[in-house]
Design a protein around this ligand. Structure first.
Ligand code: F6P
Length: 371
């Protein structure tokens, strides 16, 4: 494996976890910056599955990334090399003959596969899960640079992750559209957005899209307070309300709403919007409807902000490898992109600080958090 003093000839890129708009822009920037340095670039299919289960791919588990292959992809959603949130090599799920599922550590096997293919370094594009795996691989001697990706914006040590701006922009547009129908029918419209255990998407969407109530995981809610807010609005002649609910929001003293738990995968959140709408209907006597934006937030073309961040991250990752750096993540620390240890970036989740100026702004605008 190369170190600072070894020459790099071939690198690999992997995209892991849920997709986010901007992944293809990272792939393009990484590929072009590497080719410019005379390196070969390979995309590992579906996280690490291309190396761990190559037999599953007719054309092989690695995709050679050339100038041609990455032409015209900056604006495309998704990832041309595929992704998965099932293939964690540290807890790889295997099915026993009796049908039970067991998790095994395949990280040493994965490192051997890198050596077998003479891959000198890895650019790992992912969220907290993928980057925690990258950190372990780096500790085991693989040269690794991480790139922070997630629509949730919950990765620490970077001001922003790419994908977030696209998700918030789309959700804000949805709120704009929902305002007129909510007003026409004098309804309460509850809009559930993704974000896992952090309220970034809900908060930014709610403020930018003029919501009346925003419920986020960081502030447990009391629906009686939300109902009061809705009644208050009626007293002032506004017979409709828009309530944005983060999928990870929870009531005071209650738990998050989980849709599914499966071995080898993170728990799937969801259902909170439905519960909030039903209970608000009972508390206010108003007609309530729920809209779950879900995976719509992950699709589509990245905004120019996300494209630029993703391109800057991809190119910076290659510069870091050239400098011989490993075990680090590129991070946005405006106005610059810098490098932080993967260990620090993955040891805690970045949630919304309760004293952040966006929270204060929301309160000044009269938005209720149900507290
Ligand atoms: O982390 C990104 C994210 O979209 C979360 O906001 C959401 O909880 C989760 O992934 C959904 O994952 P899946 O694609 O497995 O449904």
């Amino acid at each position: 494996m190369p170190t600072a003093t070894h020459e790099i000839k071939r690198i690999a890129i992997s995209t892991g976890g849920g997709d986010a708009p901007g992944l293809n822009a990272v792939i393009r920037a990484t590929t072009l910056a590497a080719i410019t340095r005379g390196w070969e670039v390979y995309g590992i299919r579906d996280g690490y599955n291309g190396l761990l289960m190559p037999e599953q791919y007719v054309e092989g588990g690695l995709i050679r990334l050339t100038r041609d292959r990455v032409r015209g992809i900056t604006h495309l959603g998704g990832t041309i090399i595929g992704t998965t949130n099932r293939g964690n090599p540290l807890n790889f799920p295997i099915k026993n003959p009796d049908g039970t599922i067991e998790e095994i550590d395949r990280s040493d096997e994965l490192i051997r596969a890198f050596r077998l293919h003479e891959l000198d370094a890895l650019v790992c594009v992912g969220g907290d899960g993928s980057l925690s795996i990258a950190n372990v691989l780096a500790k085991k001697g693989l040269m690794v640079v991480g790139v922070p990706k997630t629509i949730d914006n919950d990765l620490d040590k970077t001001v922003i992750t790419f994908g977030f701006d696209t998700a918030v922009s789309f959700a804000t547009e949805c709120l704009d559209r929902l305002h007129s129908t909510a007003a026409s029918h004098r309804r309460v419209l509850v809009v559930e957005v993704m974000g896992r255990y952090a309220g970034w998407i809900a908060l930014n969407t709610g403020v930018a899209g003029s919501a009346d109530v925003v419920l986020i995981p960081e502030i447990p809610y009391d629906l009686k307070k939300v109902a009061e807010k809705i009644r208050e609005r009626e007293d002032f002649g506004s017979n409709f309300s828009i309530v944005v609910v983060a999928e990870g929001a929870k009531p005071v003293g209650g738990e998050v709403s989980v849709m599914a738990r499966e071995v080898g995968r993170p728990e799937r959140l969801g259902g909170c919007g439905e519960k909030v709408a039903n209970q608000l209907g009972e508390l206010t006597g108003k007609e309530c409807r729920v809209v779950v934006l879900g995976h719509l937030l992950r699709g589509g073309t990245p905004t120019s902000t996300d494209r630029l961040t993703a391109l800057r991250f991809g190119a910076a990752a290659v510069r870091a490898l050239e400098e011989g750096q490993s075990g680090i993540m590129v991070a946005l620390d405006p106005p610059v992109v810098n490098y932080v240890p993967l260990e620090e970036a993955t040891c805690r989740m970045k949630t919304v600080p309760l004293d952040s100026d966006t929270i204060l702004t929301a309160r000044d605008l009269g938005i209720s958090f149900g507290d």
